[in-house]
Design a protein around this ligand. Structure first.
Ligand code: SAH
Length: 372
């Protein structure tokens, strides 16, 4: 660790000295949501002045296309009224504002929608209230607290913010990666031997060579399990967009500060901490509870199928040449497969009611694990 420890680093070091090392998940949770020093509690992370730019902040087209996805899902469900239109981790509220504007073209959708946002940060709830002025909004603390009934749910870059635990295959068995203290009293990674996982994860990890690291996002899995169990009961569809992989190994814990990668232990509370999403684990959790999963498909593929090009073309019709160039650049950033592009690193997973076929943006052959 370099430089002066952040206030949260000092607080965590004192706690570790007294109570012992923290799991990576506990460390991540403190960094993001510590009431006084946590990243989301104190900072404005989004946008050019912040630490990272998310898809809805790149262009209105992203939220608009997801809004049309939601309206299409609503019609496929038989246009239930009322229904719960929810977003998990809405950030600045941009995606929802763009989605509602686009979905207005579908008669009845807005009148039938009960808007509920799941947001942990009181500060961001205020930002969302302002962004969505003119709409009646409710907030919930957890996905489990959403009101009952048919549900259409959107989540962009939500699961990547949920804490992960890290397990390492060592010659002696499975150890958990922990955040402890080095000889100088600074935060440092270590291993706690003798960790136990559930049977399937343990089997997977023990089948790898020593050194392999498996990340498990317990909260992400429980969100997927809950939505997977609820959709067959109440009806509905959910779309999760995030960066990640369809099941894999390796340390993906990553800190971003002022648009640059940072050592995850260097600036607790002052850098954003995320981990790549394991979409296979989410899909499996939803399916184990009766849900059907489609994807993951690349964000570029999803947006292409939802009509990105046509939407960009429509926006460019009324735009100056400079604005038109910016629209093209944004579309390329969102869907491109080049290094700066989000088209393949970012992926989408849909969870649906078992009677619903492939939702918009997904093909029947995109069903995860074949038909249930
Ligand atoms: N979807 C937005 C913001 C992504 S950042 C965008 O794409 O721009 C992650 C968001 O999830 C933030 O709003 C953060 O406060 C929220 N969040 C993270 N963990 C959460 C949790 N456990 N419960 C509720 N909200 C959470």
């Amino acid at each position: 660790m370099s430089g002066t420890p952040t206030p949260l680093a000092s607080a965590l070091a004192a706690r570790i000295a007294a109570d012992g090392p923290l799991t990576v998940a506990d460390f991540m949770a403190e960094c993001l949501f510590h009431p006084r020093h946590g990243y989301y509690s104190t900072r404005e992370p989004f946008g050019r002045a912040g630490d990272f730019v998310t898809a809805p902040e790149i262009s209105q087209m992203f939220g608009e296309l997801l809004g049309l996805w939601a309206a299409d899902a609503w019609m496929r469900l038989g246009a239930p009224s009322p229904f719960v239109f929810a977003e998990l981790g809405p950030g600045r509220g941009t995606l929802m504002a763009d989605a509602l504007r686009a979905a207005r073209v579908v008669p009845g959708f807005l009148d039938a929608a009960r808007l509920v946002l799941v947001e942990a940060s009181p500060r961001l709830r205020d930002v969302q209230r302002a962004a969505l002025a003119g709409h009646r909004i409710e907030w919930a603390d957890r996905v489990e607290d959403l009101p009952a009934g048919p549900l259409i749910l959107l989540a962009n870059e939500f699961i990547d913010a949920l804490p992960v635990r890290q397990f390492v295959r060592t010659p002696e068995g499975i150890a958990e990666r922990m955040v402890g203290l080095d000889a100088e009293g600074a935060l440092a990674f270590g291993l706690r031997p003798g960790a136990r996982l559930d049977a399937a994860d343990e089997h997977r990890l023990l089948a790898t060579p020593a050194g392999a690291l498996l990340e498990i996002c317990p909260l992400g899995r429980s969100v997927a399990a809950h939505v997977g169990a609820r959709l067959p009961r109440d009806g509905g569809a959910a779309l999760f967009v995030d960066y990640g992989h369809a099941g894999g190994f390796g340390d993906t814990l990553q800190a971003l500060r002022a648009h640059a990668y940072d050592d995850p232990l260097a600036h607790p509370g002052e850098a954003d901490l995320t981990a790549h999403v394991d979409f296979a684990a989410l899909a499996a959790a939803a399916r184990a509870n009766g849900g059907r999963a489609f994807g993951p498909v690349g964000q570029g593929e999803l947006l292409g199928r939802l009509g990105l090009e046509a939407r960009a073309g429509r926006l460019k019709r009324d735009a100056s040449p400079e604005a038109a160039a910016a629209i093209d650049a944004a579309a390329l950033r969102l869907a491109g497969t080049h290094e700066q592009g989000m088209g393949t690193l970012f992926k989408a997973l849909a969870l649906v009611h078992p009677h619903l076929g492939a939702p918009a943006g997904f093909a029947p052959e995109d069903e995860f694990g074949g038909s249930a």
